[in-house]
Design a protein around this ligand. Structure first.
Ligand SMILES: NC(=O)c1ccc[n+]([C@@H]2O[C@H](COP(=O)([O-])OP(=O)(O)OC[C@H]3O[C@@H](n4cnc5c(N)ncnc54)[C@H](OP(=O)(O)O)[C@@H]3O)[C@@H](O)[C@H]2O)c1
Length: 264
């Protein structure tokens, strides 16, 4: 199986160096054996980007799946996240993540939510230090507003490489996308299906026209927007199907119709 995560047309550059695969595997709510098996299936299916978090309680299973898969560590982009209530113990949090994952570093470390609703400048300084020490190859944020991103940049001179936010055709926010891009921040979408109505008639019509499922249309829509997408499933058939999106393209009018779903 081709490892899609390594295709050069399916990666986007990160502002602080490196590249992030556009397609990744989400692991929220996967625990224990289920997390291990699903991650193994994802790696087998060709995913080369795994999204976890301290808060998901599955870093050890993700790490074990990666080791047992035989896929070399350097071929897989690993993201984890620091919970906002870990402010003040950033280094320990990252070291614990690395110990569970069984890796020397992560490719991307995110502030999971704005700590206490603030930008969390002190935490961000600690993130920068961890990047400089080589424990995180890139650092970013999640669930941040553009104003909070600007606050971090103005205070430290270091712009988050990524903002991971809820994203789907039903959440399409052109101002956020353009605002992130103009700042050099890659938009990474989460909950592509949970934030959508998979039975919406427009989505179903487009899916039928392409002989694809609504879920596949949503994943394809992200890729054509160059927005990172990290669908989660516990089911092997869906894990495989969710990235079977490279044999068709959405036409400009279809992209526009999908962009509009959030405004209908
Ligand atoms: N930064 C943050 O604050 C944040 C928040 C939420 C999520 N995330 C990340 O984003 C990832 C994805 O988001 P998510 O887990 O919230 O939701 P999601 O990927 O949008 O959807 C997952 C749900 O959709 C179902 N599903 C998967 N494939 C499907 C298909 N082809 N057809 C129909 N249903 C399908 C799954 O059920 P089955 O498992 O039964 O297939 C599961 O119930 C997470 O796993 C996590 O890594 C980050």
């Amino acid at each position: 199986m081709t490892s899609i995560g390594l295709r050069s047309d399916l990666v986007v550059p990160l502002g602080d160096g490196g590249r992030i695969p556009l397609l990744g595997f989400g692991t929220w709510q996967l625990r224990g054996r289920e997390a291990y098996e699903a991650t193994r299936w994802a790696l087998e299916a060709g995913y080369r980007h795994i999204d976890t978090a301290t808060g998901y309680g599955n870093e050890a299973e993700v790490g074990a799946a990666l080791r047992d898969s035989g896929v070399p560590r350097e071929e897989v982009f690993i993201t984890t996240k620091m919970p906002p209530d870990h402010v003040g113990r950033e280094r320990r949090t990252l070291e614990e993540s690395l110990a569970k994952l069984g890796t020397d570093d992560v490719d991307l470390w995110l502030v999971h939510w704005p700590p206490g609703g603030t930008a969390g400048v002190d935490s961000w300084r600690a993130f920068i230090e961890m990047r400089e020490r080589g424990l995180a190859r890139a650092i970013g944020v999640s669930n941040y507003s553009l104003a909070q991103i600007d606050e971090l940049t103005q205070a430290t001179g270091a712009t988050p490489a990524v903002n991971q936010i809820k994203w789907s055709p039903f959440q399409f926010d052109r101002a956020m996308l353009d605002g992130c891009r103009s700042r050099g921040v890659v938009v990474e979408g989460y909950s592509p299906f949970r934030a959508a109505r998979l039975d919406h008639p427009v989505l179903r019509r487009i899916a039928e026209e392409h002989g694809k499922t609504p879920a596949q249309i949503i994943v394809r829509w992200h890729i054509q927007h160059r927005v990172v997408v990290i669908p989660k499933s516990a089911r092997r058939d869906r894990i495989v199907a969710n990235i079977d999106v490279l044999d068709f393209a959405l036409a400009p009018d279809e992209m526009a119709a999908l962009d509009d779903l959030g405004h209908g």
